[in-house]
Design a protein around this ligand. Structure first.
Ligand code: DGP
Length: 116
């Protein structure tokens, strides 16, 4: 039984109700290209179950967080050279705009460091 929210964009992508460019899946997570890529590889890795942010996911289901990280690693290996940054924005002031936890897999280039 999965946990979903009807008005959640990423729950709707998981359900196939909103189209997305899916690049990899596991039993419990999916990975699809970000609609506004910030790097040559910019993929969102999302658990199929709804959790609001990474801390909530870690507290509720640490194995699922591990699954998300493993899928991110798989994506970086498939689409880039295996080296990647994995970003979880938590809260609006940190840049979170979709409140279904997602890791941004950013890869495929020399990455700068200017988060603020
Ligand atoms: P964040 O700002 O950390 O919550 O990241 C949300 C990301 O989701 C942002 O980089 C843009 C992306 N995004 C928003 N709407 C869609 C969509 O409909 N499809 C896809 N593929 N990505 C989306």
């Amino acid at each position: 039984m999965t946990s979903t929210e009807t008005d959640c964009l990423f729950c709707r992508i998981v359900a196939g109700e909103v189209p997305a460019d899916v690049v990899a899946t596991s039993e419990r997570s999916i990975a699809f290209r970000d609609i506004d890529p910030q790097a040559p590889v910019h993929v969102l890795v999302v658990p199929r179950d709804h959790h609001g942010d990474i801390a909530q996911l870690a507290a509720a289901d640490p194995e699922l967080l591990s699954d998300v990280v493993a899928l991110a690693d798989e994506v970086a290996g498939d689409l880039a050279d295996g080296q990647f940054r994995l970003i979880f924005n938590s809260g609006p002031r940190a840049g979170q705009s979709v409140f279904h936890v997602h890791g941004h897999v950013v890869a495929g280039a020399e990455l700068g460091w200017s988060p603020a």
